[in-house]
Design a protein. Structure first.
Length: 249
């Protein structure tokens, strides 16, 4: 029997991109998908556009929230799938057959992950993320950076916890690491599984996001090792920027 996937999209005032994201989910060839959309009480026509597809959604909520991770927690609380995937407004599942290919890559994984392609505001490809997905992934894998993006990881719902709302910009790192620590069967699909729109909240609040990330990684890896790891992160970032004139994070 096909596992049930809960795809959760959160959005606030993004009428420009939300339909593209939704269609990437609704047009999947994989049929056992529960699609949940959480809107933060948008005022720009986003909620009305989502309403066009309401009969194809498992749940649609439009109300005020306390920020991005509070909205994600609302979606997670409504999810009933065997696995969860967050595909936020502006991002896309890579291709119509992607979900089918992910679950066909191996049976009964705790986590499935893959590569992400980056896109600019005009939806021009920027290529692969600077942090390539590792051949093998576990909770130690983020020590040199978040090398699996939030949009490119399918996690068994029973392994997840609510996002920690003390973090406003980088709680997804903490959330993934918590699940990874509980996982014994993590599957590299060796596929491109997501398209990511650069310039989200973590970019808009870049310094605050970096400080949160440092705090989270120090918690998991220790302060001194994390400081040393960040020296290597800085060197790798500098070398990549010199070569490509962009960071592709």
């Amino acid at each position: 029997m096909q596992p049930k996937l809960s795809v959760i999209t959160i959005v606030y005032n993004n009428v420009k991109d939300i339909e593209r994201t939704m269609l990437s989910v609704l047009n999947q060839t994989y049929k056992n998908i529960e699609y949940i959309v959480i809107d933060g009480n948008s005022s720009d026509g986003t909620a009305e556009l989502i309403g066009k597809y309401k009969d194809r959604l498992a749940k649609f909520v439009s109300e005020n929230d306390k920020g991005i991770y509070d909205a994600m927690n609302k979606g997670l609380a409504l999810a009933t799938g065997d696995y969860v995937l967050f595909m936020n407004s502006g991002d896309e599942i890579y291709a119509p057959e992607t979900v089918e290919e992910v679950f066909a890559s191996a049976p009964s994984g705790d986590i499935y992950y893959g590569e992400t392609e980056m896109f600019d505001a005009d939806w021009h490809s920027l290529g692969q993320r600077r942090h390539e997905a590792p051949e093998k992934f576990d909770w130690h894998s983020f020590k040199y950076g978040m090398n699996v993006s939030h949009q490119a990881i399918y996690i068994k719902r029973s392994l997840t916890e609510p996002y920690d709302l003390q973090y406003k910009y980088s709680a997804d790192i903490d959330w993934i690491l918590k699940a990874a620590k509980k996982s014994s069967n993590i599957v590299n699909t060796h596929l491109y599984v997501a398209k990511y729109l650069v310039g989200g909240m973590s970019k808009q609040k870049h310094w605050e996001s970096l400080k949160e990330r440092f705090k989270i990684l120090s918690h998991y890896y220790g302060l001194i090792p994390n400081v040393i790891n960040h020296v290597f992160i800085a060197i790798n970032l500098g070398m990549y920027y010199i070569k490509h004139r962009r960071t592709n994070d």
